[in-house]
Design a protein. Sequence first.
Length: 66
Amino acid sequence: MPNSVTRLATYDDLLDLPHHIVGEIISGVLISHPRPAPRHALADSALGSTIFDRYDRNSPDGPGGW
């Protein structure tokens, strides 16, 4: 029976990913996926900005923080 040893992912593993792949290390496991398309990235940024602006602690229009 082969002995399979699993090693924890490192920062170098992230650096070794191809440019079109993004990744993160969660509990020592490298999780990767294709970089979002420009339209998706733009929509994500716009939505994040809207939510952040609304719920920012200093926003006069929001409830005053998360």
